[in-house]
Design a protein around this ligand. Sequence first.
Ligand code: ASP
Ligand code: MG
Length: 418
Amino acid sequence: MKVYKFGGASVRNADGVRNLLKIIGDEQDLFIIVSAMGKTTNALERVFAGLQREDRRAAQEEIDALRGYHAAIIDELFGRPTRLERIERLFGELETIAAETRYRPEEAELWYDAIVAFGELISTTIISEYLAARGVENCWLDMRRCLLTEQRHKDATVDIAASAPRLREEMARSSARIFVGQGFIGSAPDGTTTTLGREGSDYSAAVAANILGAESMSVWKDVDGVLNADPKIFPDAVQIAELNYLDTIELAYSGAQIIHPKTIKPLQNKNIPLYVRPFGDKRKPGTVIRSVSAPVEVPILILKKDQMLLTVRSRDFSFVLEERFATIFSLLESHRIKVNLVHNSAVNLSLCADDSWHIDEAIRALRRERFDVMKVDNMELLTIRGYNDALLERYARGPSVFILQSTQSTARIVRKRQ
Ligand code: ASP
Ligand code: MG
């Protein structure tokens, strides 16, 4: 069994879906994980935001636009105006949630998941029906029945051991040799829908690969493979042929958008190679990620956006701040603030963290613990692995740089958004 994962960009229009069919070719024994089409998840986040503001009209307008977008793809795929009953039903369910939910702030994440999960349910339904219409026998799986996550919304971790028998059982119901399932979604022990964090479809695919003992996993993307930097930000980016699991985790953690950070562990545990391949050309080798690889010869630059810098200082200078690290970190953890870099002095603790819905609450809680807290928004974190003087000169100097931390191999720069 091989696992193939198709991201939103690769199935953003009818051509993309046809291309997916071409990539499958005459292969059998495939487990295909698909994300929501194009920017659907962003649109569903806006549906949720409408609900949150009690602006049901705005939410409904977003749903109407999504309906139109998917209907156009379906019509083009089937070559004539086509109504797929299962798609109608999914949109009906989504509309019911948007119209009837009585939103309470403490349930924000629950409703977020209930809504954004539709992107993948819709995309996989369209793709499964299209494949069947083109003679590719396949079985559509509801991954909410297959993947059991922890009881946590919006960023849940999959319980692989508990999911394994479920997934196998769902697959055993069918004699198909090609399966199509949603990335990004699962369900919690209480039965509600959960999501695995933005871009979490890679992680879903890795979990499936782990459970099925797949021979490989391939992620089909709109780039030729893993590059040493984002070419939109750093124009002279080059492709890397091989990476090892450990470096990949480091890169993903630093914000490289190669792969979701949780993807590697399930693969590494079973020693399953991961191919990052261009969906435009099946013959190109892409990048392979596995346990051992040739050393990477070029510096790698990773920019993590949407950061903020918190500076925490104890009001009472008489004690050493370090003694209270535990208090600060457990408070941040309980507000689900993701800290990406820590820098400390005797009286200051500076933290570069992901911008979050919960930051203001966290700051209030820290102040209650008698800390002074200062927040600077609009920051970004640049990580350079294998840096050199010229790169530091270019990226780590000037008034926009707040923090520069470096080890022998890696420099990390917290700076104002450029
Ligand atoms: N559709 C989800 C997102 O856009 C998950 C994914 O693409 O992997 O975040
Ligand atoms: Mg996506």
